[in-house]
Design a protein. Sequence first.
Length: 531
Amino acid sequence: MDAKVFLDRRGVWAFGLGCACVTIGVLLHLPMFWMGKDMGFALAGMPMDNGMLFGMFLIVAGIGIAAYGLLPKGVDAQVKSAARIAVAAPEDAKLGPAHALLMLVLVVALIIDVMKPASLGFVMPGLIKEYGVSKAEASLVPFFALIGTVTGSILWGIIADIYGRKASILLSAVVFVGTSICGAMPSLLWNEIMCFLMGAGAGGMLPVTYALLAETMPSRHRGWALVLVGGLGAVGGYFAASGFSYLLVPTFSWRILWLINLPTGLILILMGGLIPESAKFLLSRGRDEEAHKIMARFGTVSHKLGANEEDTDDTFAHHHSKHDGTEPKLWTPGLIGKTAALTIAALAWGLINFGLLLWLPNDLVAKGYSMALSSKLLAESSLIAFPTVFVCTWIYSQWSTKWAFTTMVTITLAGLIWVLLLETGKGGSPVLPIALLIIGSNGILAILLPYASESYPLAIRGRATGWIAACTKGGGVLAQTLSITALVPPLGIAAGMIIVPIVVTLGLFVKYGTETKGLDLRQLEKPRRPG
């Protein structure tokens, strides 16, 4: 990582000091955790000592200091300095080692990020036993974690547009490290609070990662790269959570799944040197020297504009703001149809993933199926996701981005209809309808954010992907609310309810969805018609 970059952004010392404070703050919680080794690391009811309280202070202060070191000064003045610079966008470049390394780093980053919410399912049994609470009361932990991811997706999307993609990823990682103290919290309330903050940190990584990748990859490779990175990150995160659970939980209890946020978060921070800032973002902020270095790595070129020369990439943006004083927004006439379709699809996916598929085992057992069959179907969902990721990657990049997403929505609709028929006794074996539902929902998730990240202008790209990511968790929040209030509907009714938004999504997307295959993202700065 270039120290000069951080010195220009309020100092590498501030970021380093902030990371050190957060790390020390977490380490001060470990003695409390180790004190419980003779009791199976059960800490419920134990008082928090002074070291833990001071550690919490250091974590809060450290996050603030790290933010001070990362966030830039004089944004408005920097924007003006970029007015006479043009750049050949990354879409014109060939795929090279820098792109491959970036994809690898971002896959690892997403695996670390996705692992946290994926760990919730492995945490719940031990948490319920240690605190002696009901399943409904314990559901408050994933509920607050999901609320945190919704908040984080929106917040970090805004931060990414204002302060940069790289700074957002690093600051999210610092928050991530701090929330590892959830594993040493003696009370359920503190677990809920820390899980909210953990979700807020995790929720910010995914949309920012997609936005950065979309602005760096060449156009003919961007689509499959986005889907592949996102899909492998999601599946890898689940395998990491299940692997750590298998290896560590029997010895160190469920709490270890939160404490490993410390080493994994530090790994993410150390990988920051391999994560570049978007050259487009840097140029839009007038940080020319940094932009030129990154463009050299990714095979792009730039030049100073002459006195009578205009930058065609920004002509529309300048004209638009000069004449009506507005900037691109998610809910404007040109984008509202597509935004509505993606928003509804995200909410429906959350209901399926955090609701329908979690309620399925109990429903199957109630109908006389063995628990072994129910468990087998859900366990195999992660294996089904692997080929789904590669299939989605191929059709998204080789066929059509618009119709790849439409296909996955249609497969999901078919699965929901079949589950509904299953409830009426007309669907036969549950294996195929559940497989269709899993394949379709995994396909929607693999395509949803990549498509969103390459469908909106630079000025709102972070906010757009953040909003869509938040809505995927919003559907999960609704599902968990039903669990907490014991209002979970029968599986057939739940499937029937989700069919409605899926059909609405399909209709809106067919009409308003746009084709992004091979699209130069510079074209998003100009008006486009639905197609």
